[in-house]
Design a protein. Structure first.
Length: 86
């Protein structure tokens, strides 16, 4: 039962980090574009371009985090399998 709770908290932590990473990257790109547009008077082009960069960066972060989590789970499952046979 304790192991199930531990796994649940790991999963919740992973999901929250994925969401936060997507939102943060998007807002950072949006803010950079907005302030560059104000500074260079190019509205709305840099805002749109940097918003696109932020969204792309968010999806890249999701890919990296998911890949890392899958490798961790695979390593954990392999360790459990070899431990049970021994």
């Amino acid at each position: 039962m304790a192991e199930d709770k531990r796994q649940l908290f790991k999963s919740l932590g992973f999901l929250s980090s994925v969401g936060i990473s997507m939102v943060a990257a998007t807002f950072i790109g949006l803010a950079m574009g907005f302030y560059l547009d104000k500074w260079l008077d190019t509205s709305p082009w840099l805002t749109l371009i940097f918003l696109g960069f932020g969204i792309a960066s968010g999806f890249r972060n999701i890919y990296i985090l998911t890949d890392r989590e899958l490798k961790r789970q695979e390593k954990e499952n392999h360790k459990d399998d070899s431990g049970e046979q021994g």
